[in-house]
Design a binder for this molecule. Structure first.
Ligand SMILES: Nc1ncnc2c1ncn2[C@@H]1O[C@H](COP(=O)(O)OP(=O)(O)OP(=O)(O)O)[C@@H](O)[C@H]1O
Ligand SMILES: [Mg+2]
Length: 448
């Protein structure tokens, strides 16, 4: 990887500078003019530029300005002869990093360049951190929940989103597969391209092929006008195929062929068209079972599951219930124009003991009914969930454990909200410092 781009129209200067730099283990690429050098400088260039000031065609000052337009944070160090100090000073004013007088002092040159390289490294690291942070915040605002399984899942999403890999999202109904598909699209390089979703269970079997591939006018009885298929409409974007196991087997075969050559032929058409899209798919059943039962082609499955994401059911991440509920509650209150108090600790404890067969979707609809309910506040959850609470005696979570889980959640959330400032947390939760310390130790909580 090039660390120093060296530009000077004089061969002898280039040779001696290069020699010194290479003796100090720096990788150098040299050019006899600025124009050629510019071709190799991009915004993520991880090095610095060392350039002569006086050059025919593009001089050092103009060169520096052009580099600044690519990225103002690429350090540019200028060589100056006697006559061009004034120009170098102007360049510094315009943002150049430093200048070195010719004939140069080898030690000074190496030292200046190492310093400039360190600075460049910092800029790139910061930029990367910022982007990672933005990405994870982007996920956090869509995909609520900070339990350990959710954090792992979010990390996986942030990791695979920028790639072009096909992703198969597996999870029970209502766990958030569609939200995840959208997040992957948004966080990917195709985020600006189209996002299309097709629910294979919701289209009549005989329409599936035309939905995916499109058709020419009159391709089959009832085909009025032509139709652009989802595969073509998703060109340069993402296609999300929901409930994959409901796609007719023959259409699965055709889809597989289309994926292999990235070409599609609309029904009734005869010229294939090249397409580029990323395929995300989801199933709420076990794909191996669907394969055994002859509803999913194994070869297609292996094509689509380059990455498999498993979304855990809500009962395996009960820690997320309070925050998800308050998230949905706020939105529901907004939508219905109501103000609403958060649920009582008893209500939350009941929610913690529920099994949530409908997962997050069920929790979301509970929040809506909670907002709209005419019952006294503290009776809402017990009534709305009555008969639904799974009483498995031994295996049910004990009340004490539920209360603990809830308490832990409150402290953790307050710590995060106050950036770990214990004083603020004490004021927020109205607990003595000692109690807070004890509870943090008990629940294994640390300041963020
Ligand atoms: N972690 C989450 N944060 C915020 N909202 C969520 C989360 N998970 C799910 N939801 C919401 O819950 C509802 C159900 O989610 P989604 O439609 O993505 O589920 P699904 O896994 O696709 O279910 P199905 O298999 O039934 O299609 C949606 O309204 C979605 O916005
Ligand atoms: Mg879905």
């Amino acid at each position: 990887m090039t660390q120093v781009i060296l530009v000077d129209d004089e061969q002898s200067v280039r040779d001696s500078a290069r020699q010194w730099l290479e003796l100090s283990d720096l990788t150098v690429r040299d050019f006899d003019n600025a124009r050629d050098a510019l071709g190799c400088i991009t915004r993520d260039f991880a090095g610095i530029v060392l350039s002569d000031v006086k050059m025919p065609d593009i001089d050092g000052l103009a060169f520096q300005k052009k580099i600044a337009r690519i990225d103002p944070h690429i350090p540019v160090v200028l060589f100056t002869g006697h006559g061009d100090i004034a120009m170098a000073v102007e360049a510094i004013r315009a943002g150049a990093y430093d200048f070195l007088e010719k004939p140069f002092d080898p030690e000074r040159i190496v030292e200046t360049i190492k310093r400039a390289l360190e600075k460049r490294q910092l800029v790139l690291e910061n930029r990367q951190l910022k982007k990672a942070l933005q990405d994870s915040e982007g996920i956090d605002s869509r995909l609520v929940g900070g339990s350990a399984p959710m954090r792992t899942l979010k990390r996986e999403i942030a990791n695979i989103a920028p790639t072009i890999a096909n992703v198969l999202i597996l999870g029970e109904t209502g766990t958030g597969k569609e939200v995840i598909a959208r997040s992957i699209h948004t966080l990917s390089d195709r985020g600006k391209g189209p996002y299309l979703a097709l629910n294979c269970a919701a289209i009549p079997v005989n329409m599936a092929e035309s939905e995916l591939f499109g058709h020419k006018s009159g391709a089959f009885t009832g085909a009025q006008g032509k139709r652009v298929g989802k595969l073509e409409a998703a060109n340069n974007g993402t296609l999300f195929l929901d409930e994959l196991g409901s796609m007719p087997m023959d259409v699965q075969g055709k889809l597989l062929r289309a994926l292999e050559c990235m070409e599609i032929t609309p029904l009734g058409g005869n010229t294939p068209r090249p397409v580029q899209f990323r395929l995300l798919s989801a199933m709420n059943e076990d794909p191996r079972k669907a394969i055994e039962e002859g509803r999913l082609r194994e070869d297609l499955y292996f094509r689509l599951n380059t990455v498999e994401l498993l979304v855990p059911p809500l009962r395996e991440r009960k820690e997320d219930i309070p925050i998800l509920f308050s998230f949905f509650l706020e939105r529901a209150a907004d939508v219905y124009g109501r103000t609403v108090e958060p649920p009582t600790a008893e209500s939350l404890a009941i929610m913690m003991s529920h099994d949530w067969p409908g997962n997050v979707r069920e929790l979301k609809s509970l929040s809506e009914r909670f907002v709209l309910s005419s019952l006294p506040h503290e009776e809402r959850i017990p009534k709305l969930l009555s008969g639904k609470v799974v009483d498995r005696r031994e295996s049910a979570v004990a009340l004490r454990d539920q209360v603990n889980l809830f308490e832990r959640h409150l402290i953790k959330e307050s710590l995060a909200r106050h950036d770990g400032n214990v004083k603020d947390v004490i004021a927020d939760l109205r607990v003595p410092r000692r109690t807070l310390n004890e509870k943090m130790a008990k629940y294994g909580l640390k300041r963020p």
